[in-house]
Design a protein around this ligand. Structure first.
Ligand code: SF4
Length: 428
């Protein structure tokens, strides 16, 4: 049986997969940012059975199965439905764009466990059909604070826990550019409904239906409708005093519990490695995996198994150290996955990561198969942009910026270290 595919947008879903050079991309949106290890294993196996075995972790804390065909989409949907990971429609799925802290409910330093708010928000969004007119990228960030806060995550609607007058409070804000306009504070029971009302306000007042395009008058109107005062000064950012810069490896939570952060290089992991990770987690008595917007998986583990888990995950190719230069490298899927390039971008990026370590280059690298720059929209210190069979070199820019030189891929590993030492225009 062949599934009827509704391919309309460029933002993939499960009900609305996105065609790519290697087949359909099917996005899985875990509820509350969590998957059981059983579900993780089933999805890893599904990625090789129904796709090409390639899996992406996204910056919205989702997981994508690549290389799915119109014939294998239906059995993949059936599997996702059995795991309660398939929405009724593409529209209901698209609005369920919620990110919460990956250590919610695990981190003793968090201010508020946002999981109940996320669950309530999911239900209310699903019930409000009007909100399905919001753009696919309209998103919610629910930041309960703690070690892995979400202060840097862009979102249209933000709920952020903070301390004030020795009480836990939740600030409600609208995201635009790199800033947030705080509308006021809401109580824990009010939080989900208030976020929905703000989304409805963006739908009605914003010319783009995104929070960033709301005028000051529109923001005031939304705040007034909520009984809040948009001019109230709120500073909800990391207020527990324990926000950690550590994201990979063992993060001690209590005497009895650690979090283990396992990063996916370039946000990519293959189905075999993910299935083997799931088996390791089962053997370590871990039952749940959390996804994060920085493409690192988190699990809670006893201290006596956490170090071994890290060592085993490193063997699988996962990132377990914040000093790993791969964390500063973005690369798109490249040849074999995308018809827009003949360049093996990820293979080249891995080789260049070695040069980053050797030259102690402190910046960021983006290796892009073409000027579309799918892997990174923000500027990077060094960008290699594929053009035919070579790379154009951009410094301090994006894949669309003016290049200052060229790099022959055949020279990677031979002379490419010069790239990380020179700040001038260069041909290597
Ligand atoms: S940046 Fe270009 S080559 Fe890379 S995935 Fe996007 S379209 Fe394909």
């Amino acid at each position: 049986m062949t599934a009827a595919i509704d391919i309309k947008g460029w933002c993939p879903g499960a009900r609305r997969p996105m065609p790519s050079g290697d087949g359909l991309i099917v996005r899985v949106r875990p509820h509350g940012g969590a998957l059981t290890v059983v579900a993780l294993r089933a999805l890893a196996e599904a990625a090789s059975r129904f796709g090409n075995g390639q899996i992406d972790l996204t910056r919205r804390a989702n997981l994508q199965i690549r290389g799915v065909s119109s014939e294998t989409l239906m059995p993949l949907w059936e599997l996702m439905a059995s795991l309660e990971l398939l929405d009724d429609s593409a529209e209901a799925e698209a609005i369920r764009n919620i990110v919460i802290n990956p250590l919610a409910g695990l981190d003793p330093a968090e201010i508020i466990d946002m999981r109940p708010v996320a669950a309530a928000l999911e239900l209310q969004l699903a019930a409000d059909e009007e909100l399905r007119a919001l753009p696919a990228k309209f998103g919610f960030a629910l930041d309960g604070g703690g070690r892995l806060a979400l202060a840097a995550l862009a979102a249209d609607v933000r709920l952020a826990a903070f301390f004030q007058d020795q009480q836990c409070r939740i600030a409600l804000g609208l995201g635009h550019a790199d800033a947030v306009t705080w509308l006021g504070t809401v109580t824990f029971p009010q939080a989900a409904a208030a976020a929905v009302k703000v989304a409805r306000g963006a739908l009605h007042y914003s010319p783009t239906k995104r929070a960033a395009a709301l005028s000051p008058d529109a923001i005031t109107a939304i705040a007034t409708e909520l009984g809040l005062e948009a001019s109230v000064a709120i500073a909800p950012s990391p207020s527990s005093g324990v926000t950690s810069r550590q994201r990979q490896g063992v993060i001690v939570l209590t005497d009895e519990t650690c979090a283990v952060g396992l990063g996916a290089p370039f946000g990519h992991v293959d189905s075999d490695a993910l299935a083997r990770l799931a088996a390791l987690l089962v053997a370590s008595d871990v039952s749940e995996v959390r996804l994060s917007p920085w493409r690192t998986l988190y699990v809670a583990a006893r201290p006596d198994v956490a170090e071994q888990l890290v060592a085993d995950a490193a063997e699988l190719g996962l990132i377990v150290d914040d000093a790993d230069p791969l964390l500063r490298v973005d690369a798109c899927s490249g040849s074999g996955c995308c018809p827009s390039t003949r360049l093996a971008t990820r293979e080249h990026a891995r080789m260049l990561a070695g040069d980053i370590a050797r030259t102690r280059f402190p910046g960021t690298l983006h290796v892009s198969g073409c000027a579309k720059g799918c892997a990174r929209s923000a500027a990077a210190d060094l960008v290699l942009v594929g053009e035919d069979d070579q790379y154009c070199i951009v410094r301090n820019g994006t894949a669309k910026s003016e290049p200052s030189g060229v790099l022959d891929p055949a020279d990677i590993g031979l002379t490419s270290h010069r790239l990380f030492r020179s700040r001038e225009s260069v041909h290597v």
